[in-house]
Design a protein around this ligand. Structure first.
Ligand code: CMC
Length: 426
């Protein structure tokens, strides 16, 4: 196997080392490219750029593989819980029972948020999107819970604050948006049950914790927990590389996740399915629109930068949809439309040739709807799930001996040097 790549430029040959990952992936280390040749690389959207080495998550987009710390996503979805998976991602190994108990106690102990934060919610204009509110609130957490020294125990406490308080803040924002009384977290509930109770309990109709719903939420969050160097995780790493505090880096991740091409796709999928239902279930028309290059419309929940086959998370999510709906003894006409849409697209030449398959967001909204989560909270649910990944990636970048502030180059295509003309002479 070649250990170097040769670049011939202006009749001179330069050698650059080939780096090999633990699963055999290969990269050219061009960290000395500019110093040696004067050249930079140009790679819009970083589609061919490895921005770091990481030991957290492995993906193989051709084979549809996703593993956290080496463990296949299918096994975690079947056997783990969200807090256990969060521990695995953040600390690098599965916890012992004692470690997991301690972690769960800490999550419960830190679940309250400062009462003054409630005032913030009241001052956001009505109809503010919950992702904008969440991003601001997470940034504001730093003012309420500042770190004194950047030492390991302080970081560990901030990690617990984020995992626990973001869940509380999200449920609180929902209650306040409806004008309902806030429900406080409880010590006797697990992570997922506590969230559901804070969302749905009310004095008129106390919320009944249903094991099936708790299990579904655990799986939903496990599937979203990390996905290597995606848009929001890269945002966390880039913003964090300036050595900003962890709250601010996570707040940047939440803002990046909001976009409809990224985490916001789960909301966009349900809106698209609604639209199809409203317009007479014309699935074929929507597929035709998605193929039309003059139409900016895309099939939401389809396609992925890395997966060129079925997203393994979507496979699990699709099975879960049927399971959850049958356990809750309910049906959803949007699920039927989604299945018809998937079948039509997967048999269409355009989608076959472009390797476009359903991604995690295609079926996730159906599950969230069944649980009772409102559509505009879908991306917040993604954000809670992605927290352990963002935190693990931030921690890894902070400890990376090769760390450097993120500062890409560009190819300038603007005007050459131009003389300033005073305003009256223009
Ligand atoms: N519908 C129709 N055509 C598509 C779609 C789609 N959903 N996705 C990609 N294409 C086409 C695209 O038009 C292009 O065609 P051509 O080569 O003929 O010009 C080709 O496929 C490659 O697309 P791309 O935009 O260069 O691919 P990308 O890797 O830059 O973008 C993506 C990936 C996920 C942004 C894109 O597939 C997309 O917009 N999908 C819909 C939004 C969505 O579901 N996002 C959630 C992603 S999974 C959750 C997460 O981790 O964020």
């Amino acid at each position: 196997m070649a250990e170097h790549v040769k670049i011939i430029f202006e009749d001179k040959t330069y050698k650059f080392p080939v780096v090999v990952g633990s699963e055999g992936e290969r990269a050219i280390d061009i960290s000395k490219l500019r110093r040696n040749t004067g050249l930079v690389t140009l790679d819009p959207g970083f589609a061919n750029t490895g921005s770091c080495s990481s030991s957290i998550t492995f993906m193989n987009g051709e084979k549809g593989i996703l593993r956290y710390r080496g463990i296949p996503i299918e096994q975690l979805a079947e056997h783990s819980t969200f807090p256990e998976t969060a521990y695995l991602l953040i600390n690098g190994a599965l916890p012992t029972r004692k470690e997991l108990n301690h972690f769960s106690v800490m999550l419960n102990d830190q679940s309250l948020v400062h009462e003054d934060m409630r005032i913030f919610f009241q001052n956001f204009p009505r109809h503010s999107h919950p992702m904008g509110i969440l991003s601001s609130m997470v940034n504001a957490l730093r003012s309420f819970y500042p770190e004194r020294h950047i030492i390991e125990e302080e970081i560990n406490l901030i990690v617990i604050h984020l995992l626990s308080k973001v869940r509380t803040l999200s449920a609180m924002s929902y209650k306040i948006s409806r004008g309902h009384r806030v429900v406080y977290p409880r010590h006797d509930f697990s992570y997922c049950a506590n969230f559901l109770n804070m969302m749905f309990d009310n004095p008129v109709k106390p919320y009944q914790i249903d094991k099936e719903v708790v299990d579904a939420l655990n799986v939903f969050w496990i599937l979203h927990a990390d996905h290597e160097q995606n848009c929001s995780t890269s945002a966390v790493r880039v913003v964090g590389s300036g050595r900003v505090n962890l709250y601010a880096a996570i707040s940047a991740g939440i803002a990046a996740l909001w976009g409809p091409l990224h985490g916001g796709a789960n909301q966009a999928v349900i809106e698209m399915l609604y639209d199809i239902a409203k317009n007479g279930n014309n699935v074929a028309r929507v597929v035709e629109r998605a193929k039309d290059k003059k139409d900016p419309f895309r099939l939401m929940g389809f396609g992925h930068r890395v997966y060129k086959t079925y997203d393994p998370r979507a496979k699990i999510m699709k099975k879960m949809c049927d399971k959850v709906l049958s356990k809750l003894n309910t049906s959803d006409p949007l699920l039927d439309i989604a299945k018809e849409l998937e079948e039509t697209a997967l048999n269409d030449n355009y989608f076959i040739e472009h390797n476009l398959y359903p991604n995690v967001d295609f079926y996730s909204g159906i599950i969230l709807r069944a649980i009772g989560i409102p559509t505009n909270m879908f991306t917040v649910m993604f954000a809670i799930g992605r927290l352990p990944g963002w935190i693990a990636q931030w921690k890894e970048s902070v400890d990376d001996p090769n760390w450097r502030i993120s500062r890409p180059r560009q190819i300038y295509i603007g005007s050459p040097e131009t003389k300033y003309i005073p305003i009256d002479e223009r």
